[in-house]
Design a protein around this ligand. Structure first.
Ligand code: 4NP
Length: 162
């Protein structure tokens, strides 16, 4: 069975999208599904390229037993053909990613772009809010939303693979 390739995208690639990557990796490891997916994350901005995830984000994730392994990188045009799906954290990210995709025109086989919160099942939110300038509670809220959305995403991807 072909693996599914997922790219999580936020602004800086140091808080929300590395957390989404880590939560999804944690879920598929728990289910023994690692070989069915390729998972990565990127930012629409390039300020933090090469950096590990934000210390506060890593600490909040570790408290839930979730490791965040990623180093920040910026999204590039090649990602639209290297991945099957691009999952954006907020409306700005969605707009920026769609605008990049337009540079590639109407080619077949490009990644499907969708908001991460469209996969939430328990919680109701239209965005994963940027926690960077806020307090500790913001990082917990990010993880609550991402745990819900990653579970919903995995369930729908597995349904498609059947
Ligand atoms: P992220 O959060 O998009 O979830 O990684 C941010 C990280 C850094 C900045 C903004 C948001 N920044 O302005 O440097």
């Amino acid at each position: 069975m072909a693996e599914q390739r997922l790219l999580f995208v936020c602004l800086g690639n140091i808080c929300r999208s590395p957390a989404a990557e880590g939560v999804f990796l944690h879920l598929i490891a728990r289910e023994g599904l690692e070989d069915r997916f390729v998972v990565d994350s990127a930012g629409t901005g390039g300020w933090h390229v090469g950096n590990p995830a934000d210390r506060r984000m890593r600490a909040a994730a570790e408290r839930r037993g979730i490791h965040l392994p990623s180093r920040a990188r910026q999204i590039e045009l090649a990602d639209f053909s290297a991945f099957d799906r691009i999952l954006t954290m907020d409306d700005d990210n969605l707009r920026n990613v769609r605008s990049l995709a337009r540079e590639l025109g109407d080619r077949p086989g490009l990644a499907r772009i969708e908001p991460m919160t469209s996969h939430c099942r328990r919680l109701s939110a239209s965005e994963v809010p940027d926690p960077y300038y806020g307090g500790e509670q913001g990082f917990e809220q990010v993880l609550d939303l991402l745990e819900d959305a990653c579970a919903g995403l995995l369930e729908s991807l597995l349904r498609e693979q059947r």
